[in-house]
Design a protein around this ligand. Structure first.
Ligand SMILES: Cc1cc2nc3c(=O)[nH]c(=O)nc-3n(C[C@H](O)[C@H](O)[C@H](O)COP(=O)(O)OP(=O)(O)OC[C@H]3O[C@@H](n4cnc5c(N)ncnc54)[C@H](O)[C@@H]3O)c2cc1C
Length: 154
């Protein structure tokens, strides 16, 4: 049975799901608060896949949204995309006119065979880490030479 702590999570509805192996939901303010990894840990991003099927081997969720990273940060050197950026946020990005590869983001997002609810919850990092064959974020990552997620960042 889950402990009470798993059900006392303050995030609205997100953690009150029927993953009955979960005993703890960690909500770190900073990524370096997670100093030790255990086999039962899983990063929780949008939760669209995590909450869609039993996670028998998982006992602890680490909620990435509590890190409150800015979804997108454009600068002269390029675009930083947070692992926690949702597909919908990436779709809505308004690039400078000279960023000729940027329309690829919308094309790739449209390749996501998911409902608008998933679009608004699923993250870039979660999609890359799932690595499913129809993963839209892989399509977007290749042509712009974006690095793979490093711990938290896509
Ligand atoms: C109805 C439905 C339709 C779907 N359609 C598609 C589709 O068309 N294409 C497709 O590719 N997928 C699809 N999926 C699968 C999945 O929902 C997506 O891949 C989604 O992008 C996962 O993102 P998420 O943020 O919800 O990840 P989560 O469900 O939160 O996590 C998914 C996995 O990635 C890990 N993870 C998440 N973020 C990180 C990170 N930053 N660092 C390390 N590990 C991380 C989690 O621990 C977990 O193992 C679908 C799922 C459903 C339920």
């Amino acid at each position: 049975m889950p402990t009470q702590a798993a059900w006392d999570c303050s995030c609205p509805a997100r953690c009150k799901v029927n993953l009955n192996t979960i005993r703890e939901v960690k909500q770190p303010r900073f990524a370096d608060e997670i100093v030790k990894w255990s086999p039962g840990y899983a990063w929780l991003a949008g939760g669209t896949w995590l909450f869609s099927t039993p996670q028998i081997a998982t006992d602890t969720l680490i909620d990435l949204r509590s890190l409150r990273w800015p979804a997108l940060a454009a600068s002269n050197t390029g675009l930083d995309i947070a692992a926690t950026c949702t597909i919908a946020e990436l779709y809505g990005f308004q690039p400078p006119a000279e960023w000729t590869a940027a329309p690829l983001f919308q094309l790739c997002a449209r390749a996501f065979l998911a409902s608008f609810k998933i679009w608004n919850a699923a993250t870039v990092g979660g999609n890359i880490c799932m690595s499913l064959p129809a993963g839209p974020c892989h399509g977007a990552r290749g042509p712009i030479h974006a690095p793979a997620p490093r711990r938290g960042l896509a």
